[in-house]
Design a protein around this ligand. Sequence first.
Ligand SMILES: [Zn+2]
Length: 478
Amino acid sequence: GHRIPAWYCRECKAITVSRKDPQKCSKCGSTQIDQDPDVLDTWFSSQLWPFSTLGWPEPTPELKRFYPNSVLVTGFDILFFWVARMMMAGIHFMKDVPFHDIFLHGLVRDEHGEKFSKTKGNVIDPLEIIDEFGADALRLALVLLAFLGRDLRLSKKRIEDSKHFINKIWNASRFALSQLEDFDPGQRPAGEKSLADRWVLSRLQAAIRETRRLIDSYQFSEAAQAVYHFFWDEFCDWYIEWSKPFFYRPEKPAQKIAAQNTIRHVLDQALRLLHPFMPFLTEEIWQALPGHGESIMTAKFPEPDPELSDPNAEAAAADLQEAVSALRVLRAENMVPIAAKVKVLILADDQATAEFFQEHKLYIESPPQVNIRELEIKTGADKPMSFVAHRIKKAEVCLDLAGLVDFDREEARLKKEIDKIDRELSRIDSTLAKPGFADKAPKEVIEKQLAIKNELLEKQQAVLANIKRLQALRARVK
Ligand SMILES: [Zn+2]
């Protein structure tokens, strides 16, 4: 810190205060003077930080370029100690405020909202976390939790979630890179874009616009979520699955070229969007992309390209996604085993809708978990008794249950489950009914038993409902 500019005279005890170091006492002229050994409050020095670090009081080029600065990032707990003083000192010495925006982040607390403390033993050591999960996983978890001005509740679970996202990025990138092995970035015809290509490029523009808007308004958590959502839910879950036929068995080579161009471009742009949140991972993968530049750190942050926005492709893709989701719901609701291949019927309300689904059959068949053996599309409303249906916008999605569910086995399994629940219930009831238990056992013990009982009763209801549904289905299919 700065030493107090006061000198004490050993002879006459007078105090000399001076900007320049004095040689003698200002009262009696003695040279026997000693400077105060103490320093000024630490915040006195810190308030000079915005300009003293730039060479002030000399008019250096750095001072000219970086004062005033644009934004200060800090915690609210030193708003008065530091921020207010920097403001005052800046206005006094530099005749201008040191920055125009102040971003106040929250404090990092544990998952229950408690401050980290060694005595409580709830400290999460960043170095241990980095060893276990990597620096990017920790950084992303912190950013995702950093809502404007609110405290962050950090837990290992949050960091594990980030790690899962990192694995997702690795896997998607590995797929993309393996499809780009014969890709020549210097010579690339546009190819023939599929609906999936047009859709993901359009969604990418929306993600770029949203991420930029959120970063510009300091909503870092929401910005990270926007990229996360685009990468996982749209690029990985839909585009990669939809693009596989164009890579593995394209009807025309131009389709494969378009898919290669698209996957390279989307991955490149998504990595740049992710870079501020996960610097190491994104640099590593970006360096493996064909046609990459020197470093993703100095690569341009993505800007939206209005030419790639495609509302028609987005609307068509949404209709196809709705049909696929309907199928997944039907499979789950009717207890269709995951591995079972199903016969599907789409009953369109009109000819145009039937033609639309016919043309884009591939997009209904290729996503995982639908597992379609046969897909028939027609207009009308007639379906055999063994089909169950789910209404979507302009059609009914129907699934044939005939031969899919082994009713006897499924019913036996559910009845066995009911027997097990009944046994556990009677055990709890007899514990609760033991003489003296209700008055003597600690309150927590009794509450715990009652909570288990309630849970079992709920489970019993759910299983009974499943048995009922199974019997109804059996009646329809037979
Ligand atoms: Zn003196």
